[in-house]
Design a protein around this ligand. Structure first.
Ligand code: INI
Length: 157
């Protein structure tokens, strides 16, 4: 007998997506946002089905994501931020709490919340991942949220 294999489609038609983006290190995060919007558009998510919320820093991402998820108006959310080690001794706290908080927000939300928060040692490494040498993690996040939103729909159907 053949096994069953299930994967989410990379088709954004009909999906409602929220993006929460940190303004801290906006040189990087604005590029991540542009990448995410391009990725959503490229895969068929309607322009008016996308909501962008801006917050001061990555620390503020988890609560904002949890609040958006609780409205039940979204099929998936994307968190975008850039935590750069050189900036502050608070790096470990901010990066660690953002990761933990986003993870627990997702488990409560029951919708995918994609982790598009860069944690790097230098600004250059962050820029490399935000549209330069190493692609754009915002674009990747858009693909992931579409795939995961469709996968969960399918698993629940
Ligand atoms: N926020 C970031 O998103 N990235 C950082 O690198 C960062 N550093 O280095 O401090 C940062 N700090 C601000 C933090 O996210 C909060 O906005 C602030 O502490 C107010 O709650």
């Amino acid at each position: 007998m053949q096994h069953t294999e299930i994967e989410g489609a990379l088709a954004g038609q009909g999906l409602r997506i929220g993006i929460v983006v940190a303004r801290f290190n906006s040189l990087v995060t604005e590029n991540l946002l542009a990448g995410a919007l391009a990725g959503l558009r490229r895969h068929g998510v309607a322009e008016n089905a996308v909501t962008v919320v801006k917050v001061p820093g990555s620390w503020e991402l988890p609560l904002t994501l949890a609040t958006l998820a609780a409205t039940k108006k979204f099929d998936g959310l994307i968190a975008l931020g850039a935590v750069i080690r050189g900036d502050t001794p608070h790096f470990d706290y901010v990066a660690g709490e953002a990761a933990k908080g986003i993870g627990s927000a997702m488990m409560q939300a029951e919708i995918p919340i994609v982790f598009g928060v860069l944690t790097t040692n230098t600004l250059e490494q962050a820029l490399d991942r935000a549209g330069a040498k190493s692609g754009n993690k915002g674009y990747d996040a858009a693909q992931t949220v579409i795939e995961m939103a469709n996968l969960l729909r399918e698993l629940r159907a």
